[in-house]
Design a protein around this ligand. Structure first.
Ligand code: SF4
Ligand code: SF4
Ligand code: SF4
Length: 309
């Protein structure tokens, strides 16, 4: 189909990543040793000297770095709004990549953006299930992205077996799943996808700005917020951070400037206020605080600490 072909072509020529150096821990704090993106990249495409550099010739668009970076300094502009809309329209969704010659409700250059938090968000928001098309993955250069996603699914399944997500590796099973597409869905997906890619492509020619409200980090936060209704659930305790400010804090407010996610703010009374639900767990604040006043741990780690005392 010509439209499908154009859609694939547009995705291939667009640069799938947006880099926001001001969110990078290494840029914000010289002492930061963060190299999560470098370690995640199977193609040695990332380097950090004065700032993060992505070598476009080496980059295969696996999107693993977007899942690795806690602060979304590297992002693939995956919008939480897209999933909110899909949730209204569909009971189940199929996620894939542009290299697979199949129709999906949502697709990007690869599936490597599916971190544990994002998978959890999708599972919570599509309780009837969502599937990941991996029919093309075995022969793809980005196979490490599939390994990463399968590891995450395995880990989530072992912790929360009631979550409903699965991968599809055979075309015939994909055809069965595709029956959830109506004829109208099919054309809507293609036309929306084509327009979106056209926008992506034109944006890639400009200096693209990324806003937290409409990005992957927001997906991760939404995953946490979807769990916040039950603050005693294991999922909530596993994925939410606690920021503990101890008595050494001098209220200097310097940490409010270092935190890339505005989890530490100065309130109207001039006091340090903690917005733990925004915290990415990057630990920059605790590395930065000269008074050693901040400890950041996942909530369940805090509970284990308390129980050990
Ligand atoms: S993972 Fe993110 S914060 Fe860490 S070095 Fe890479 S871009 Fe910077
Ligand atoms: S998208 Fe994949 S290949 Fe490209 S820089 Fe990120 S991790 Fe490396
Ligand atoms: S509160 Fe600390 S650990 Fe959390 S995002 Fe901000 S700087 Fe990172």
């Amino acid at each position: 189909m010509i439209l499908d072909y154009l859609l694939h072509k547009a995705e291939k020529i667009s640069v799938p990543l947006t880099v926001k150096k001001s969110s990078c821990s290494r840029f914000r704090l010289a002492e930061s040793k963060c190299g999560d993106c470098i370690n995640a990249c199977p193609f040695n495409a990332i380097s950090i000297e004065d700032e993060i550099q992505i070598n476009e010739k080496k980059c295969e668009g696996c999107l693993l770095c977007t899942a690795a970076c806690k602060n979304e300094a590297i992002s693939a502009e995956i919008s939480v709004n897209t999933f909110e809309k899909l949730k209204v329209q569909h009971q189940k969704i199929l996620i894939g990549c542009t290299k697979a010659d199949n129709v999906h409700h949502f697709r990007k250059a690869c599936i490597g953006w599916l971190s544990e938090e994002v998978l959890l968000y999708l599972a919570k928001n599509f309780p009837n299930g969502f599937a990941i098309d991996k029919t093309n993955c075995a022969k793809c250069v980005n196979k490490p992205a599939l390994d990463f996603v399968e590891k995450n699914i395995c880990s989530l399944n072992s912790k929360y077996p009631y979550l409903n997500f699965y991968t599809i590796d055979r075309k015939e099973n994909l055809d069965n799943f595709s029956k959830v597409f109506s004829r109208r869905d099919f054309f809507t997906i293609l036309s929306v996808g084509a327009k979106k890619e056209a926008v992506n492509y034109s944006d890639s020619q400009k200096d693209v700005r990324v806003y937290y409200s409409d990005t992957n980090l927001s997906l991760k936060r939404n995953a946490v917020m979807a769990l916040a209704g039950d603050e005693n659930s294991n999922e909530y305790l596993d994925f939410v951070y606690d920021i503990n400010i101890n008595d050494s804090c001098t209220n200097c407010m310097e940490c409010t400037a270092i935190c890339p996610t505005s989890s530490l703010i100065e309130n109207d009374l001039g006091k340090l206020e903690v917005k733990a639900e925004r915290c990415s767990g990057c630990n920059l604040c605790s590395q930065f605080c000269l008074d050693n006043a901040i400890v950041v741990l996942r909530k369940n780690e805090f509970i284990m600490d308390i129980e050990a005392v």
